[in-house]
Design a protein around this ligand. Structure first.
Ligand code: GLY
Length: 417
């Protein structure tokens, strides 16, 4: 099977590694990819938000399957263009991708499906902002009602900070969503979804704030681990039954069935799971940890989903033990990152590439905010962390930073519901 992966981050590098390990995958291509993906696949410089350009590339390489990583091409309808061209595609239609692209749409679907989530109000007029803020908080949760790569969410106990973020979104022409704060540890549960068929992957936990002990601003994600030793037995099945299946059924009922990866971001409270957000694609950096433990052939699972045959897929098999991924970020991330620095140690085992490129001398250099995602595995969380951090120590990138506490609270038994 010839597979084309769309995207250029650590998530796409992890997808390519998983696909490479599937014996049914004979050829791997990626657009645009990064310096790391070119070691295991052919990189193509293509505008990935253009359905026409992606269809042309898929035809040129004779792709049997296209896997779309990021949300932006999905919301732009690239999966629709590929399906119209008769090419099997992993990723939802533009209408179904609204589950991530429009927070207001997601809330409407959840209300109709009877799924627990935060109370929310959309504000699209600056004149209504102060009164709306008074109906919430503290803590305030303010979301940009559009795609903001994880950085459009501000969670704060400071009303002025909440107000400033909301005003900034409104000024740039986006409505904002104010939400009540959901208490409880967060879980990312990725599910393969094909209409009403739902197959969960291992639950993971992201670390969204930039600094240790959850200090500083939100990022796209600074690290993750899987599985979750503190998650009560049966919780994954409960999330599937109470959250993902009802939402998948509601999408079918609306005539916009979801096909691809539905990512449920949840807070697990005393009353059970409640949805923080849905995403219409694999999460980054959780994917790098989750796929490190997948034993079943990835290409087969993605192809079955893309071709409406997920119900026929044998149960997924997983390695015992744990996996941890730690993001190495460029200086100043999540602000405007410093780029162009040569990275030493970027080609070692377990080092997945995100924001990397090659300079004119062929050296690997930083080219984005999240530069590398370093993965460790082991018999348990302690071993997986130890491997990830020992791998990180061998990497040299001037000005870079990473969190030193990925998975630490779970390891020390500090997470409870
Ligand atoms: N891990 C957060 C995201 O992928 O949006």
């Amino acid at each position: 099977m010839r597979v084309l992966v769309i995207g250029s981050g650590g998530r796409e590098h992890a997808l390519l590694i998983g696909l490479k390990n599937d014996p049914s995958v004979t050829d791997l291509h990626v657009a645009p990819g990064n310096a790391g993906t070119s070691a295991i696949s052919t990189n193509h410089a293509v505008d990935i938000v253009s359905g026409e350009a992606v269809v042309a590339l898929a035809r040129k390489i004779g792709a049997d399957l296209v896997v779309i990583g990021p949300e932006v091409p999905l919301v732009a309808g690239v999966a629709d263009a590929l399906r119209e061209a008769g090419i099997a595609t992993f990723g939802p239609s533009a209408r179904a991708a609204q589950i991530e692209g429009s927070k207001a749409f997601a809330k409407d679907v959840m209300a109709a499906a009877g799924v627990r989530t935060a109370h929310a109000e959309v504000v699209d007029n600056p004149a209504h902002l102060d009164a709306a803020l008074d109906r919430f908080g503290p803590t305030w949760v303010v979301k940009d009602d559009g795609l903001a790569a994880g950085k459009g969410v501000v969670v704060t106990t400071d009303r002025d900070v909440a107000r400033d973020h909301a005003a900034e979104c409104l000024e740039s022409g986006h409505p904002v969503l104010l939400e009540s704060f959901l208490d409880g540890p967060e879980v990312s549960l990725f599910c393969l979804v094909d209409g009403e068929t739902v197959v969960p992957l291992l639950p993971a936990q992201d670390h969204k704030r930039v600094g240790d002990n959850d200090a500083g601003p939100n990022t796209g994600g600074m690290g993750a681990y899987t599985p979750l030793p503190w998650l009560p037995e049966g919780m994954t099945e409960r999330i599937v039954d109470e959250v993902v299946k009802p939402v998948a059924a509601e999408m079918v009922k609306r005539g916009i069935p979801f096909s691809g990866l539905l990512y449920a971001g949840l807070a697990i409270g005393k009353d059970g799971p409640a949805v923080v957000e849905f995403n219409c694609r694999f999460g980054d950096p959780e994917t790098q940890a989750v796929l490190a433990l997948l034993k079943s052939p990835l290409g087969e699972a993605l192809y079955a989903t893309a071709t409406g045959k997920l119900a026929e897929l044998p149960p997924l098999e997983w390695q015992d033990g744990a996996a941890v991924t730690v993001v190495v970020a460029a200086e100043n991330y999540p602000g405007k990152p410093r780029t162009g620095d040569v990275i030493a140690g970027a080609e070692a085992e377990g080092v997945l590439h995100a924001g990397t490129a090659r300079n004119a001398d062929g050296q690997i250099v930083s080219a984005g905010g999240r530069v590398l995602a370093v993965v460790g595995t082991g018999a348990d969380l302690a071993e997986a962390r130890a491997q990830a951090y020992s791998r990180i120590e061998k990497i040299k990138l001037p000005g870079s930073h990473y969190r030193s506490d990925i998975g630490r609270k779970a390891l020390e038994g500090q997470i409870s519901i």
